[in-house]
Design a binder for this molecule. Structure first.
Ligand code: IMP
Ligand code: MG
Length: 170
């Protein structure tokens, strides 16, 4: 496949610094749960959290679409750990938001656990592909509706270890 460099390591890190500046301001003095969506968000979540200056916990949740039912937004969640979301400020951390189906389902899932607030932070946002109305509060980079790889994002399970983000040429 013909992948081209889209974001260098430096560009990613300076994007994260800018975003963290906003998040640090918005959540100053608050006790936050960063909730990373596995597998893709693990790297972004790690760098973002290092740049956060208030008390915080981290949790991870794995989202899996039901086979053949992606278009209905039917998503199942598996949690790694036992965080209590009751009355907590949660920041969902995604690698990339495409249709928004995963996010919508996660909002519904978390809503049942009575959190104080939920905001969404994503490394990449395919704005033109987004089909939901939920606000995406913190976006590091907007992208075209093309396939991306690296820095946590995979192609058939591989490529997550790349420190840069690559884009598929068509
Ligand atoms: P959504 O539910 O359509 O918003 O899809 C979100 C999930 O699909 C992301 O968390 C990724 O795991 C995956 N995904 C969407 N676009 C890409 C891409 O360009 N490269 C790799 N994974 C992607
Ligand atoms: Mg993902």
């Amino acid at each position: 496949k013909d992948f081209e460099l889209f974001l260098s390591e430096d560009e990613i890190q300076s994007g994260i610094s800018k975003l963290a500046y906003k998040i640090n301001h918005d959540y100053a003095g608050k006790d936050v749960i960063f909730l990373g969506i596995l597998n893709g968000a693990f790297m972004f979540c790690s760098d973002l959290m290092k740049a956060f200056t208030s008390p915080s916990e981290i949790g991870f949740i794995k989202a899996a679409s039901y086979e053949g039912m992606e278009s209905t937004g039917k998503v199942k969640f598996h949690e790694a750990g036992q965080l209590n979301y009751n009355n907590r400020d949660i920041i969902i951390v995604e690698d990339i938001i495409d249709t928004g189906n995963t996010l919508k389902a996660l909002y519904e899932y978390l809503g049942k656990h009575n959190p104080k607030s939920i905001k969404v932070c994503t490394l990449l946002f395919k704005k033109e592909a987004y089909q939901q109305s939920l606000p995406i509060d913190y976006v590091c980079f907007e992208t075209e509706n093309k396939f991306l790889l690296g820095y946590g994002l995979d192609y058939d399970g591989y490529g997550r270890n790349l420190p840069e983000v690559y884009i598929l040429n068509d």
